[in-house]
Design a protein around this ligand. Structure first.
Ligand code: ADP
Ligand code: MG
Length: 225
């Protein structure tokens, strides 16, 4: 089953202005359910733009984008956020956590709009913390955690809605080698759970693992191999 299908996709920033810039050019790409795909390329090659479009955070200028059978770019904005919260989990380079809140309060953030019962929240929380290997820090303030632990909190938050697809943007950029390897191990576990994972990275560590199904190389907004 195809999870992400992209055909002839373009992203032009500031279209028809003096600073017009084509960030994605004729992108054609297919990612199957349960695959781990790595978008690689130097800074500025278009990885974040492509990941943001797959994650319905940005709209393409033209072309086809289907995520789990849905033509995401055609959804009205009010549906896009619902789509995101049901299908997608995001992990960012800078973790994007609230430092002054506990691990628990950070991880349950994506559940807030859903108005779930307390028991249900607790159950989802425990499961996500366990998957991300950070249960022991549940009550700790995020500001007291190491970089590796913060990234595990971010993973737990990305998993709490039990998304089909997890999108990671430079997830190891602020991690040392051991924590990067731990992160990669978590991706392997997500694949074992049937998830689809897309990682944008310029970290060459990601090239060496046989559970990675696709390495998509980007250069100047185009896929080159
Ligand atoms: P990467 O993640 O591979 O570093 P990006 O997708 O962030 O690449 O950026 C690709 C190109 O698009 C860069 O040249 C960047 O300056 C440009 N770009 C990204 N976002 C915007 C924006 N909002 N407006 C204008 N240009 C942008
Ligand atoms: Mg980027």
């Amino acid at each position: 089953m195809t999870m992400v299908k992209i055909e002839k996709l373009y992203k032009i920033y500031n279209q028809n202005k003096a600073n017009e810039f084509t960030a994605l050019k004729d992108i054609n790409l297919q990612i199957e359910k349960n695959e781990v795909a790595v978008l690689k390329g130097v800074s500025g090659s278009g990885k974040t733009t492509l990941l943001s479009i797959i994650g319905a955070l940005k709209k393409p200028t033209s072309g086809l984008l289907e995520v789990d059978g849905e033509q995401v770019a055609r959804l009205p904005d009010s549906f896009t956020s619902k789509f995101r919260s049901q299908k997608l989990g995001f992990v960012f380079q800078s973790f994007n956590l609230f430092n002054a809140l506990s691990v628990k309060d950070n991880v349950i953030q994506p559940l807030i709009p859903l108005n779930l019962k307390k028991d249900e929240i607790e159950q989802k929380l425990l499961k996500a913390l366990e998957l991300a290997n950070i249960s022991h820090k549940k009550e700790e303030m995020v500001q007291n955690l190491s970089g590796g632990e913060k990234q595990r909190v971010a993973i737990a938050r990305a998993l709490i809605n039990e998304p089909e697809i997890i999108l990671c943007d430079e997830p190891t950029a602020n991690l040392d080698k051991q924590n990067s390897l731990n992160f990669i191990e978590t991706i392997k576990e997500l694949k074992a759970l049937g998830k689809t994972v897309v990682v944008a990275t310029h970290d060459s560590l990601f090239e060496e693992f046989d559970f990675i199904d696709k390495i998509i190389k980007m250069e100047n907004g185009q896929i080159v191999e």
